[in-house]
Design a protein around this ligand. Structure first.
Ligand code: AMP
Ligand code: MG
Length: 478
């Protein structure tokens, strides 16, 4: 096996060495064979027993890692892998290093009051959405497998237990830095920074100030990531600093969901009562989290006025990075190579206003525009009850497209998915699975592997929910 466990080489105060807790009767629900091949893991060894943590792969040397974090803005000094175990790191066929982690694998010293377990629903939700995000081109942790445990977990009701195998470039969070900063463990902070630079940002190893360069790189990676979320209508739901990876991958698909109607104030998470993590707030929260990382890094930076000014500048750079990635992405969704003039910006603003007024479906509006340029206006007319103003807008837009290369028009369908993991579909698949039927789950996963095309017989999957199908709140389900 191609294991090479580098996090384990860090001092013992970074983790607890321990095995996953065995479960009663593991059964495989899904194994992601293409991902296994990419990681160089032999499929025949990825048995339900291994994927539930009852048996270990050769070379795996499991640990639970420690971190802290700001949850909904409140400081929590002690978090960590409360129901996850890092089996180890493998060097994949692309030469890169990937964490293999079991989630739902039993209690650890960081479990606090929790049972260390995961119900089936949240495991399958994470599987579906993380793999969909990957297919949509968003940096994300991935799902290698889902197994049921043969045990029950008690939440609001009793539910089947399950374990997810999660793959990530690393599981190092803003909250990992905050943990060592809060302990005033400057040596630990330095070791963590060295590890992360070597692992994720090796080009920064000769930077004049490594912590500041690192902060800038994370700010850019996160701005780029969150721009992608916004462009897809993805709402993460729990952007706590312990759920923000310094590698710039999306992690923790708890109460996340995709927009149906375009409304920037949308919140689905049942625990986000004040709307802190609403769709429209995500960029601002991304910057808030960068500020938390900056604060944690200060012991390595120094407190001279010049240092403080430089850090302030890096925090502010998040806004420019975000604006740049977002406006480029929006332009590309509309077949333009960039928003070049005030007129371009005005054009995009008008579209967003029209969508908001009409409560238009976010994903389908862009897809309908891709069809409009090949002469089909029916989809757009279906979405906008009073299509007059959107059709006028589209005339102006088409004239603007004449200034672009013709191939921009052809690209529209590959930049605007027809399929997203809509919450009502995800929930239906999870309800069926709870009752023992995994077919809707498998269908959804298969269709979402190619979100830009949809076989005719499955075109209902593209539709937004009818009123009675609407999911008002998504439960964290931990
Ligand atoms: P999350 O909301 O999944 O990001 O979890 C926040 C923190 O709570 C992390 O430290 C988790 O490991 C921990 N946690 C969540 N659910 C459980 C559970 N069922 N048992 C133990 N710890 C948990
Ligand atoms: Mg988390």
């Amino acid at each position: 096996m191609n294991f090479d466990n580098s996090y384990r080489q860090l001092p013992e105060r970074f983790y607890t060495s321990m095995l996953p807790e065995a479960v009663m009767k593991p059964e495989l629900v899904k194994l992601n064979e293409p991902l296994a091949a990419f990681l160089g893991l032999p499929v025949d060894q990825l048995t339900a027993e291994v994927l539930a943590g009852n048996e270990l792969l050769e070379g795996s040397d499991p640990i639970a890692t420690v971190y802290a974090g700001h949850q909904f803005g409140n400081w929590n000094p002690q978090l960590g892998d409360g129901r996850a175990i890092l089996l180890g790191e493998v060097i994949a066929t692309d030469g890169e290093r990937y964490d293999i982690q079991l989630k739902g694998s039993g209690r650890t010293p960081y479990s606090r009051g929790g049972d260390g377990r995961s119900p089936l629903g949240p495991v399958l939700r994470e599987y579906i959405i993380s793999e969909a995000m990957f297919a949509l081109g968003v940096p994300t942790t991935r799902s290698l497998a889902a197994v049921t445990t043969g045990e029950q977990v008690r939440r609001q009701t009793v539910e089947p237990g399950a374990v997810l195998t999660r793959v990530a470039k690393s599981h190092i969070r803003v909250g990992t830095f905050e943990f060592f900063a809060s302990k005033r463990d400057t040596e630990g902070l330095q070791l963590l920074l060295d590890h992360v630079i070597e692992r994720h940002y090796p080009h920064l190893s000769d930077a004049e100030s490594r912590p500041i360069a690192f902060l800038g790189a994370v700010a850019e990676a996160q701005a780029k990531l969150i721009a992608k979320w916004q462009l897809l209508g993805f709402i993460h739901g729990v952007m706590n600093t312990d759920n923000m990876l310094v590698s710039g991958e999306t992690i923790d698909y708890g109460p996340c969901a995709f927009l149906n109607e375009y409304d920037p104030t949308t919140v689905y998470s049942s625990i986000d009562v004040y709307g802190r993590y609403a769709y429209g707030n995500q960029p601002g929260i991304g910057q808030w989290n960068i500020m938390a990382l900056a604060r944690a890094l200060m012991p390595l930076i120094g407190t001279e006025q010049a240092d403080v000014d430089e850090v302030q500048g890096v925090i502010e750079s998040f806004e420019e990075h975000f604006a740049g990635y977002y406006s480029l992405g929006l332009a590309q969704k509309l077949g333009m190579s960039g928003l070049r003039t005030d007129d371009d910006i005005e054009l995009v603003d008008q579209l967003q206003t029209l969508m908001e007024q009409a409560k238009a479906d976010y994903t389908l509006t862009f897809r309908a525009l891709a069809n409009l340029v090949v002469g089909d206006t029916t989809e757009l007319e279906d979405i906008f009850e009073l299509p007059q103003s959107i059709l006028e807008w589209a005339d102006t837009w088409q004239r603007r497209l004449d200034q672009e290369d013709a191939d921009q028009r052809d690209e529209l369908k590959s930049r605007n998915p027809v399929l997203i993991p809509r919450n009502h579909r995800v929930n239906a698949a999870l309800r069926a699975a709870d009752a023992g039927g995994f077919k809707p789950f498998h269908t959804l996963v298969d269709l979402l592997a190619d979100p830009y095309t949809l076989p005719d017989e499955h075109r209902d999957f593209a539709k937004p929910p009818e009123d009675f199908e609407k999911v008002q709140a998504t439960f964290c389900g931990t």
